[in-house]
Design a protein around this ligand. Structure first.
Ligand SMILES: *Cc1c(COP(=O)(O)O)cnc(C)c1O
Length: 420
């Protein structure tokens, strides 16, 4: 077990994960003793190279790739950005097809490219967060440089049919990339059995340290690097290798392969128990996203009539770490772009809380949350005038109250806009 600060219950594993102790152990020699540069000619440096290659084998094995198809990067964001940049450059085409629910790594890059004259189609999703395949058929054409669809969503856990989309893109002669940062290690991935051209992974979402990731590039895919420098990573990614982290990343991938079954049994059972208990114990709560096609570790709740920020602060006081969806929206009043794309009203989206588990969570953690959450929700709702009405009045019309609440929120937002 990784050592967590005392009294902390960590339920935000889609944001980052504790580093596995086995990972720390394999990294230490490369920080303390074997700090040579793997590109050096003398053996003190070059001996390190073999360990980078072992890590490459371990990463490749987890996703059914050839080690020659794995290129180490600094993070998931770099992997995503590099895949898109390369496609625009090698095809010379000026159109990107992606979804409205991608991670900000992709959304913000695409918005910037849009300003530079690249056409970007952000395919809409259904209210349950899933993608209608017809959107892909409509958007992807011969002018498309690349189609990029995430394997699983970081906020809702919804899983997308990327293998089918890759198949379709192949027929159209269009490159296909997937941000698989949340999927790798949680659900089986075998790149030998599909037509995905490029795939992004990051270490810190699967119990490796931060600052190391990889881009899978299928053999014979044309590629143009974003980080240009020395001949590291066979010329596809310049910069001296982050050796210790790469070695740790390799070990984490090996562990993830061994623990995949547990993820889909024990971790999933904990998530399901939590979900059932919260839906039973708390009124006016909804689960965001399709509950069938979903990662085994994630649940995203919408608590009506309250702000998620308030819930998170109160959970924090009891030592529970959870999130309102995306680290990138925390601190701003904007509701999540993912929940907005699913058609949630801003008011409901602002009441969204994401719980994401890992192999290091225990039943005790789940018990604590089930115990802590109902009184917090009750207290916060008691402060909300609408909920008070709800509580004291048997003939209370929930639908009408919700409509009124949302109307008020919209009015408020408009006021903010006009005063800005
Ligand atoms: C975390 C995450 C990223 C970004 O990874 P960084 O290491 O923060 O760059 C990209 N995509 C998804 C789906 C993620 O969850």
């Amino acid at each position: 077990m990784p050592v967590l600060p005392k009294d902390i219950i960590y339920l935000d594993n889609n944001a980052t994960t504790p580093v596995a102790p086995e990972v720390v152990d394999v990294m230490i020699p490369f920080l303390r003793d074997f700090w040579g540069n793997p590109s050096s000619a003398y053996s003190f440096g070059s001996q390190v190279h073999a360990y980078v290659e072992k890590a490459r084998d371990q990463v490749a094995a987890l996703i059914g790739a050839d080690p020659k198809e794995i290129f180490f990067t600094s993070c998931g964001t770099e992997s995503d950005n590099s895949a898109i940049n390369s496609a625009l450059e090698v095809t010379g085409k000026k159109k990107i097809v992606t979804t409205a629910v991608e991670h900000s790594a992709l959304i913000n890059q695409c918005e910037k490219l849009q300003k530079k004259g690249i056409e970007v189609v952000f395919m809409p999703v259904r209210p349950d967060g899933t993608l209608d395949f017809k959107e892909v058929e409509k958007a992807v054409d011969e002018d498309t440089a690349i189609c990029s669809v995430m394997w699983a969503n970081n906020e809702t856990g919804v899983i997308y049919p990327v293998e089918e989309i890759a198949e379709f893109c192949k027929l159209k002669g269009v490159l296909f990339h997937t941000d698989a940062v949340q999927a790798v290690g949680k659900i089986p991935i075998n790149l030998k059995k599909n037509k995905i051209d490029m795939l992004s992974i990051v270490g810190h979402k699967l119990h490796a340290p931060k600052g190391v990731g990889a881009l899978y590039i299928r053999r014979r895919t044309r590629y143009s690097p974003t980080i240009i420098g020395g001949q590291q990573e066979r010329g596809k990614r310049g910069g001296t290798e982050n050796v210790a982290s790469i070695v740790g990343f390799g070990k984490a991938c090996e562990l993830a392969g061994q623990r995949m079954d547990e993820e889909n049994t024990r971790v999933k059972a904990m998530r399901d128990r939590l979900e059932k208990a919260i839906l039973e114990k708390i009124p006016d709560v909804f689960v965001n996203g399709d509950r069938k096609h979903r990662l085994p570790n994630t649940v995203n709740f919408a608590f009506d009539f309250i702000e998620a920020e308030a819930i998170l602060l109160m959970l924090d006081k009891t030592g529970i770490c959870a999130s309102s969806g995306s680290a990138c929206t925390t601190g701003s009043l904007d509701p999540s772009h993912v929940l907005k794309a699913m058609g949630l009203t801003p008011a409901r989206a602002r009441g969204a809380v994401r719980i994401s588990l890992s192999t290091y969570n225990t039943d005790r953690d789940i018990d604590k949350l089930i115990e802590a959450l109902p009184p917090i929700i009750k207290r916060l709702r008691a402060m909300s005038p609408l909920s008070r009405e709800h509580r004291d009045n048997d003939s209370y019309d929930v639908a009408a109250a919700r409509a009124k609440f949302e109307e008020e929120q919209v009015k408020e937002a408009k006021k903010e806009l006009t005063s800005a």
